[in-house]
Ligand binder design. Structure first.
Ligand SMILES: [Zn+2]
Length: 77
């Protein structure tokens, strides 16, 4: 059985490289029984995602809904 040291190392490495099927399986098995490493894996995943978003830049302004001038009623006579 994989120990926590190896599991956390694999979890980090999985961000850098593609894990081999065997490694993935071992890691998965370990994460299934070890909440500590599960948290760790979760965290590195999240941190990775955050860093990626940050690097991508957040300069995009959020879309703003400008209310169109739709209050004009056409005269119907
Ligand atoms: Zn563990």
């Amino acid at each position: 059985m994989m120990d926590c040291k190896k599991a956390t190392r694999l979890a980090s490495e999985s961000q850098e490289r593609k894990l081999k099927t065997g490694e993935k399986l071992e890691l998965k098995l370990h994460l299934a029984i070890c909440s500590g490493c599960r948290n760790f894996a979760h965290q590195v995943g999240i941190l990775r995602g955050l860093a990626r978003d940050y690097a991508r830049g957040e300069e995009k302004a959020p879309p703003q809904d400008q209310p169109q001038d739709a209050g004009k009623s056409s005269p119907e006579e």
